[in-house]
Write a protein that binds this ligand. Structure first.
Ligand code: TYD
Length: 141
């Protein structure tokens, strides 16, 4: 919880015909959904991510298969294993993330609080850590 990242359990409608999970803006995610994107056909051994966002909040779901998400707030890192279609990992703004260990056929579904904006990215880790530290100092004043 120190990182502000947490697993969110999503509603499940169990049915012998197949299960159903739904996500409603404002109730299951703590932000308005501005964009949905998904990663698929990820070759074995590949990793994604390697960046943080200035403002963007996200919920990551292993819609199919499994993968790991390593989150980092500039001080602490934590590895989450996602392998259920009804769990989401909430990531607040200013969270560095790396995704790896994708199983074959996995689908990484992401709900995001805003549209794509390259200027919202930190793609340099040291720059991200410096910005995080600066915010922490400001908060403690
Ligand atoms: P990136 O966020 O770096 O991917 P990942 O974190 O999964 O490794 O995005 C990869 C490329 O896709 C980059 O050139 C920007 C583009 N992109 C969009 O155009 N729209 C989007 O919503 C996202 C997430 C990426």
């Amino acid at each position: 919880e120190a990182l502000g990242c947490r697993i969110v359990e999503l509603p499940r409608v169990h049915d012998t015909r197949g299960n159903l999970t739904f996500i409603e803006g404002g109730s299951h995610v703590p932000f308005d959904i501005g964009r949905v994107y998904y990663l698929y056909d990820v070759p074995g051994g590949e990793h994604r991510g390697g960046h943080a966002h200035r403002q963007l909040e996200q919920l990551i779901i292993a819609a199919n298969g499994s993968f790991d998400v390593v989150v980092d707030d500039g001080q602490t890192t934590e590895r989450f294993f996602l392998n259920r279609s009804y769990y989401g990992l909430y990531m607040p703004r200013m969270t560095w993330r790396e995704l790896d260990n994708f199983s074959s056929g996995s689908v990484c579904l992401v709900l995001a609080s805003n549209r794509y904006d390259e200027s919202d990215y930190y793609r340099d880790y040291d720059e991200f850590v410096a910005a995080r530290r600066a915010e922490t100092v400001e908060e403690s004043l």
